[in-house]
Design a protein around this ligand. Structure first.
Ligand code: ADP
Ligand code: MG
Length: 473
């Protein structure tokens, strides 16, 4: 900005039209429309043998986006049309955060190096932009596409997840993954984020559970920080991965907020991926408009893996953890544990522990023994004790309370939920369950199970509690 020499650039609108035509060759039309068309010319000034052009961007967010994604390309196009080196400076109307906290020019330059390949993504929104320094969770690096075993049961979900990671916000937005528990939804969700970050290290990817979204929302409401919350989730990320979205169903404020968050993300072409334990239309209490949004995109399910996939999963895990796992053992375990990969992993860990404790190698004999104890003892996630423990923990009760005869609701309801879950997950008879609750009559258990079953249909309080406890398991 030293010597401001007057520099004649001719008729700006014509020049800009020419620049836009050049940009059309590298920038997809809706991106051009969304980010570059809205820029307005302010002024130009001569600098050395070149030109500095100042333009106005409608807001901080879009200014930052353009700086991160299109600055180099626009400068190159200007340079080509004008015939002298041009640089572009973006201003934002009104005093704004971007002026008080400028991005380091270095950051901007680095982010531009592979501009041609980045149409949408790559480090937007620094914290000042989102108005929030709130921490967020990045994907867990342990879950990748590379260590996800693909078979017929999960092939479609896998391919959809890869497509979304490689070409975010293009074809499949949102991506909705669903399956019963333990089949790899969370794994794929993290894998999407990890793949994206490998390809675009500056991309801001948030992973969170729907429960966390709800809790953070409540906290923000309570502490009057809604504008920060909104800025964070509506503007702060290139991709948002939300696990177990069914959790927001029936929570009106959360659904409302999620709906607007979704719209903001979707309309600014940022990718949303959610998982659920069931189809959108099967999520009870979910608002119609939210359900419709989910159905806009791609819905992919995962079914329980076939025996070959189960064996392959076991072998992959064994190899990764350097566990010696004979073929006959892998086949044996895979033929017994059919519907949940998490349990498959659990038994492998138990076996490994057993092998290293006893100093013996893993054998079929050992596997049979461990499987039996895992099923009957605390090893399995769905034992009587673990369910009672989870319920007690959730309600801050003592185990003795659960087994007591107290009829106050704050004790009786948790007790009934525990009975219901035990019946559901262990299939043990009503009479036997009674024994684990201080010797209650089988009709008491029967009554509890049907009451909670009905509650799962019509009572959000019961349904939510059961869901949270299932997650604890
Ligand atoms: P969900 O979210 O569907 O309940 P998770 O993603 O938590 O299931 O999966 C449970 C465990 O099983 C995780 O440790 C995950 O890594 C593993 N897993 C599930 N499916 C596969 C697969 N196809 N290949 C490798 N590991 C898998
Ligand atoms: Mg999960």
């Amino acid at each position: 900005m030293k010597n401001s020499v007057h520099f004649d650039i001719g008729h700006w609108p014509d020049l800009w039209q020419a620049v836009l035509r050049l940009l059309e060759q590298t920038v997809v039309p809706n991106q051009l429309q969304a980010w570059i068309h809205p820029l307005e010319f302010i002024e130009s000034e001569g600098i050395g043998n070149g030109l500095r052009i100042k333009m106005l961007s409608p807001n901080d967010f879009s200014a930052q986006w353009v700086r991160d994604h299109y600055l180099k390309a626009i400068e190159a196009a200007l340079t080509q049309i004008v015939g002298s080196p041009c640089d572009l400076v973006l201003k934002v109307a009104e005093a704004s955060e971007s002026e008080t906290q400028p991005l380091s020019p270095l950051d901007i330059q680095e982010g531009q190096s592979n501009f041609q390949t980045i149409q949408i993504l790559g480090g937007i929104a620094q914290d000042s932009l989102s108005g929030s320094k709130a921490p967020y969770d990045k994907p867990d690096v342990r879950y990748t596409f590379e260590n996800f075993v693909v078979g017929a049961s999960n092939q479609f979900a896998y391919a959809s997840a890869v497509a979304v990671a490689e070409q975010p916000a293009r074809q499949y937005n949102p991506l909705f993954l669903y399956s019963p528990p333990g089949l790899g939804k969370t794994h794929l969700l993290h894998a999407i984020g990890n793949r994206l970050m490998v390809q675009h290290p500056k991309a801001r990817v948030a992973y969170l559970s729907a429960e966390k979204f709800v809790n953070e929302l409540i906290d923000s409401l309570q502490h009057r920080r809604m504008s920060q919350f909104r800025a964070k989730y509506r503007e702060g990320f290139d991709m948002i991965l939300i696990d177990d979205i069914q959790f927001i169903a029936g929570k009106n404020t959360s659904e409302e907020e999620f709906f607007h968050t979704f719209n903001a993300l979707h309309s600014s072409k940022r990718q949303i991926v959610v998982t659920s334990d069931r189809l959108p239309k099967e999520i009870e209490g979910l608002e119609e408009r939210v359900r419709t949004r989910f159905e806009w995109g791609l819905i992919a399910d995962i079914s329980p893996p076939e025996i070959e996939t189960r064996i392959a999963i076991l072998k992959t895990k064994a190899e990764r953890d350097d566990i010696y796992l004979p073929d006959d053992v892998a086949t044996f375990l895979a033929s017994y544990i059919k519907s949940n990969v998490r349990e498959l992993e659990g038994i492998l860990i138990r076996l490994q522990a057993q092998a290293s404790l006893s100093g013996a190698e893993i054998s079929l004999e050992m596997a049979k023994h461990e499987l039996k104890t895992a099923i009957t003892e605390e090893g399995s996630q769905f034992t009587i004790e673990s369910i009672q423990g989870a319920v007690a923990k959730h309600y801050h009760l003592k185990l003795a309370d659960l087994k007591s005869t107290s009829r106050i609701r704050s004790v009786a309801l948790p007790r009934q939920i525990a009975m219901y879950l035990i019946r559901k997950y262990t299939g043990i008879g009503f009479k036997e369950i009674g024994l684990y609750f201080g010797g209650k009559d089988h009709t008491t258990i029967l009554h509890a199970c049907s009451k909670i079953e009905a509650g799962m249909e019509g009572d959000p309080e019961i349904r939510d509690a059961v869901e949270v406890i299932q997650n604890l398991l």
